[in-house]
Design a protein around this ligand. Structure first.
Ligand SMILES: NC(=O)c1ccc[n+]([C@@H]2O[C@H](COP(=O)([O-])OP(=O)(O)OC[C@H]3O[C@@H](n4cnc5c(N)ncnc54)[C@H](O)[C@@H]3O)[C@@H](O)[C@H]2O)c1
Length: 344
């Protein structure tokens, strides 16, 4: 069940709009599509199912009926991407390969999908008369500086091919707004980059070797195993329930002014250590006996990550809609139910 009443926040703005969600068969994209459908929008999922699932698309079809369309192809295919985006009002660009270690192993593959794919999306948007592209950027742009909280005016210091892809895309997102948009006076395209901080929630993949920490802990605890922590667990993150990322995207789409490729942090603004996380999850699942196992530090991991939200508050009116505790409880409940359903 959705935690957030989207109509209370966004009224009827999206009714009768036409939206494309790239990566809509994946975790964050799914929740964006679900919110847009609940708000009366028509949604096209553009996804090649390389990481997302056909079940997610079917679940969206069950909610949206003929307001949900599915274009199954890669954003690397510029011509098909152009066809899919033609005439859309808004594009929520979530499609990407998302693993930092995966990008270290395959930088060329990541560049093709994440960087060239994003350029294809921007070109298709400008060609297709799209009003605004919302780009899924990443807090990995900040690198490992120790200064907290992270403010958008800090220099970008990517440390992996994945982070470099995301920073390159932010630059294109801005350049396309300036060159082909209201910001430069040559067209109508507007764009924005939303730097997500550790998004979590139902449907996040727990089965990948690179699963995000909450998904990985849920899987371990539900299988009766001790969660594995890299290092001493005192590292902290700004864990952000997925509804907050959806909310920021919807606010950005609705924004009256010209965003001109600006960059905004999207987070909860609260630091939680990995040790606290493991303890809370074990307690929510009734397994406080499953204390974490500590391994070696993971190379390249930043010690702490916490977002400053002032810019997003001022420009978009962003305020988190679901706090960490409520989001974690809903997420843990979802993993428990989905495991029970899988083993029934
Ligand atoms: N989850 C996070 O904490 C987080 C943090 C920062 C940024 N992001 C970004 O948010 C976006 C969504 O992340 P997610 O966690 O939902 O990941 P996800 O892997 O669940 O979803 C990504 C989706 O994109 C699709 N996709 C991948 N390559 C494609 C291609 N070439 N063409 C078409 N579709 C393709 C996949 O099949 C998948 O459905 C990504 O851009 C990611 O980099 C996520």
């Amino acid at each position: 069940m959705a935690l957030t009443d989207w109509t209370a926040h966004h009224g009827d703005f999206f009714a009768d709009t036409s939206c494309v969600v790239t990566g809509g068969a994946g975790f964050i994209g799914f929740h964006l599509c679900e919110a847009l459908l609940s708000l009366g929008g028509s949604v096209t999922v553009l996804d090649d199912l390389s990481r997302g699932s056909a079940e997610n698309v079917e679940a969206l079809r069950a909610r949206g009926g003929d307001r949900l369309a599915f274009s199954e192809h890669s954003i690397v295919d510029g011509a098909r991407t152009r066809d899919t985006l033609a005439g859309a009002d808004f594009v929520f660009h979530q499609a990407a390969w998302g693993s930092v270690p995966g990008s270290v192993d395959d930088p060329a593959g990541y560049h093709a999908v994440n960087t060239t794919g994003t350029m294809n999306v921007l070109e298709a948007a400008r060609d297709g008369g799209v009003k605004r592209v919302m780009f899924a950027a990443s807090s990995s742009a900040y690198g490992d500086t120790e200064v907290l909280p992270k403010v958008e005016t800090m220099p970008v210091l990517p440390r992996s091919p994945y982070a470099a892809n995301k920073v390159a895309c932010e630059a294109m997102v801005r350049a396309w707004a300036c060159s082909y948009g209201r910001a430069g006076g040559r067209g109508d395209l507007d764009t924005v980059s939303l730097r997500y901080f550790n998004i979590f929630g139902p449907r996040q993949n727990a089965n990948s070797a690179y699963a995000a920490v909450i998904a990985a802990f849920a899987k371990a605890l539900l299988n009766g195993e001790r969660p594995k922590i890299h290092g001493d667990g005192t590292q902290s993150r700004d864990f952000t329930f997925v509804d907050n990322a959806v909310h920021a995207n919807l606010l950005a789409a609705r924004s009256d002014g010209t965003l001109g490729g600006a960059v905004f942090n999207v987070a909860c603004g609260e630091a939680v250590t990995i040790n606290e996380l493991a303890e809370r999850m074990a307690s929510l699942l009734g397994r406080p006996d499953l204390t974490p196992e500590h391994g070696l530090d993971r190379a390249g991991d930043v010690k702490h990550s916490l977002a400053d939200l002032d810019a997003a508050r001022a420009a978009l009116g962003y305020e988190p809609v679901v706090d960490f505790e409520a989001g974690l409880a809903a997420t843990v409940a979802w993993y428990r139910e989905s495991l029970a359903a899988a083993t029934a």
